[in-house]
Design a protein around this ligand. Structure first.
Ligand code: PLP
Length: 425
């Protein structure tokens, strides 16, 4: 018999009744540290001869259930949960990059990731080169002998564009590079990047995985297929580690060595641990992931279709619409739906955007996505206000652009709220 289906894994993977109390929900192990059985036990934990809990910055039992569940849902060999999506990205690149080296990233990314890669990473001298997912040959053209990885989002935030994961994976592998896919917007319910060639999947669990807009978290999933020793260009994994008695992580941990490297080098030394309480909240959210993501996508499609026909709207960019340029990719990579987030343009431009956002009653005006509640932002007057008009347009945040993250409320109520706000423009 093959393993349990997705909906079952979302509820059960990684969890057992608590062996001491019988508690059925995963307990919140709200402790910083764990008692050793003996000096020998402590020594074997510190030397990586045995897995176990030492200190919550590195591992905690609530976090461990979350990790096993996310790995199971993504079809990876192992996962690591951390404090936020950005922390997960930092840890991944720290395991791969040395100063002066490069990676290639899609231009179509969450704005915070564009800042992290383009500005914050400069202090480590990790250099990003941008490529355009609408023309995947730009990824290959950007590769040099300093390139260490390629980074894309499966469904790009904002804009809801579905990216050609398999096409970009083929380019990466031809050049001996791992493909990292941020699967935050799709979640594994809609899209499983490892099945299409991704080597590492990264998540902001803060969004749809947790799903209720109440807890920050991030995850790294090891796809288990990349050969970290072949080229000798990933020394963190393929060379002896002085801080662990000369262990070679890839040799010792095989197909989950990347997840181990992220835990025992990245998380241990950089420190962005997830709190046990947030791990618990996100685990609870994941139990209903299938129901929520289907509803998010169905509602978003209905709203996108409605807006497309509205006389105050000039365009709608949503892969779920049949005439959208990334609809073919959506049918291939995310066939159950195109997710909750998309952008559209108001004919009235900047002023209309401000009036519209302020007139909405059910939609919350804020800088987040992936909540049960419907959310809205007008980037030109908020997140991107400091940019010049030309830069705004380049970043997909032109004066007319509105971004929605459609929640799981009744869709007729959402459409009624949008209509009353559009009527005020
Ligand atoms: N990736 C995507 C696609 C996101 O939308 C976000 C946050 O909005 C992040 C990463 C960063 O995650 P976090 O806010 O958990 O650090």
């Amino acid at each position: 018999m093959s393993g349990p289906n997705f909906e079952t894994l979302a509820i059960h993977a990684g969890a057992q009744p608590d062996p001491v109390t019988g508690a059925r929900a995963t307990p919140i192990y709200q402790t910083t540290s764990f008692v050793f059985d003996s000096v020998d036990h402590a020594a074997s934990l510190f030397g990586l001869q045995q897995f176990g809990n030492i200190y919550t910055r590195i591992m905690n039992p609530t976090q461990a259930v979350l990790e096993e569940r996310v790995a199971a849902l993504e079809g990876g060999t192992a996962a690591l949960a951390v404090a936020s999506g950005h922390a997960a990205q930092l840890i991944i690149f720290q395991a791969l990059m040395s100063p002066g080296e490069e990676f290639i990233a899609s231009r179509r990314l969450y704005g915070g990731s564009i800042n992290q890669f383009g500005h914050a990473f400069k202090s480590f001298d990790w250099r990003v080169k941008w490529a355009d997912p609408a023309d995947i040959s730009t990824f290959e053209a950007a590769i040099t002998d300093k390139t260490k990885a390629i980074f894309i989002e499966s469904i790009a935030n904002p804009g809801g564009v579905v990216v050609d994961i398999a096409g970009i994976a083929e380019i990466a592998h031809k050049h001996g590079l791992p493909l990292i896919v941020d699967n935050t917007m799709a979640t594994p319910y809609l899209c499983r990047p490892i099945e299409h060639g991704a080597d590492i999947v990264v998540h902001s669990l803060t969004k749809f995985m947790g799903g209720h807009g109440n807890s920050m978290g991030g995850a790294i999933v090891d796809g288990g297929k990349f050969d970290w020793s072949k080229s000798g260009r990933y020394p963190m994994l393929s060379e002896p580690r002085p801080e662990y008695n000369g262990i070679v992580l890839h040799e010792t941990f095989g197909n989950f060595a990347f997840a181990i490297a992220c835990r025992v080098l990245g998380l241990r030394d950089l420190g962005p641990a997830i709190s046990p309480f947030n791990a618990f909240m996100i685990l609870t959210g994941i139990e209903t992931l299938s129901l929520r993501m289907q509803r998010h996508s169905d509602n978003a499609k209905a709203v996108a279709e409605h807006l497309k026909g509205h006389d105050k709207v000039s365009w709608v960019s949503y892969a779920g619409l049949e005439d959208d340029p990334s609809h073919a990719n959506m049918l291939k990579y995310s066939p159950k739906g195109a997710g909750a987030v998309f952008t559209f343009g108001l004919k009235g431009g900047y002023e209309a955007g401000v009036t519209f956002v302020e007139a909405l009653e059910l939609f919350s005006h804020l800088a987040n996505i992936g909540d049960t509640r419907s959310l809205v932002i007008h980037p030109a007057s908020t997140t991107h206000k400091q940019l010049a008009d030309e830069q705004k347009i380049g970043a997909g945040a032109g004066p007319d652009v509105v971004r929605l993250s459609i929640g799981i409320e009744n869709v007729a109520d959402l459409i009624a709220d949008l209509d009353q706000a559009l009527a005020k423009i």
